[in-house]
Design a protein around this ligand. Structure first.
Ligand SMILES: [Zn+2]
Length: 201
């Protein structure tokens, strides 16, 4: 074997040094044929280049080491991952939109006399804790860590208590309606107690 022949045999796909992986599948890539080798790197190694077909229909060239790293694709896996990530962010954004509405409602009921139900809240001393009042993201954080779901609404455990982490929970509208019914039977707080006019005296 002359020098050239040795070189050819060394980099020949059929030579023992290069394992034939044609037909093998790595992630989404199926190896079709060999397309030569990479340039020698600084450690004196070169890799076989493989022409591959991706499950998505694209054709790409990949070196052996990259193929064996796993999760191989033409790049479509990464693209899908990015797409899913932005979809998740959209959902997250919508969650924040609804939570923001709940937040605005809560602040409105407690601090804006022009709001419909101010009388039943701010009007009788119900407040929002400083942490939430000063930073709505603190409220969002608490909500997401404490069982918030799109179909739930915020409820104060003690109807005479304030909007604060220890007094708030997330319940369904149906549960809230039931609570309202039973609260109606319990005595109202001081400013709302009806003055009894006993005329029999
Ligand atoms: Zn692909």
């Amino acid at each position: 074997m002359n020098k050239q022949e040795i070189e050819i045999s060394q980099f020949n796909i059929n030579a023992p040094k290069v394992k034939n992986i044609i037909g093998q599948k790595y992630g989404r890539l199926t190896v079709i044929e060999q397309h030569g080798f990479t340039e020698l790197n600084k450690y004196g190694t070169r890799y076989a280049i493989w022409y591959c077909r991706c499950d998505c229909g694209n054709y790409v060239e990949r070196t052996t080491d990259v193929l064996k790293r796993g999760k191989s694709s033409c790049g479509c896996i990464q693209k899908e991952a990015l797409k899913n990530m932005s979809k998740r962010n959209t959902t997250h954004g919508m969650t924040h939109t609804r939570l923001y509405r709940i937040y605005k409602g809560m602040i409105g009921r407690c601090y804006y006399p022009c709001m419909d139900r101010y009388n039943a809240y701010g009007g009788r001393g119900i407040t929002v804790c400083d942490k939430w009042k000063n930073d709505r993201t603190k409220f969002f954080e608490w909500a997401l860590q404490n069982g918030y779901k799109e179909n739930l609404t915020i409820e104060r455990k003690d109807v005479n208590g304030n909007y604060e982490p220890s007094n708030c929970t997330w319940i369904t509208m149906a549960e809230q309606y039931k609570n309202k019914q039973s609260n109606a039977k319990t005595p109202l707080p001081e400013p709302y107690k009806e003055v009894s006019h006993d005329r029999s005296n």
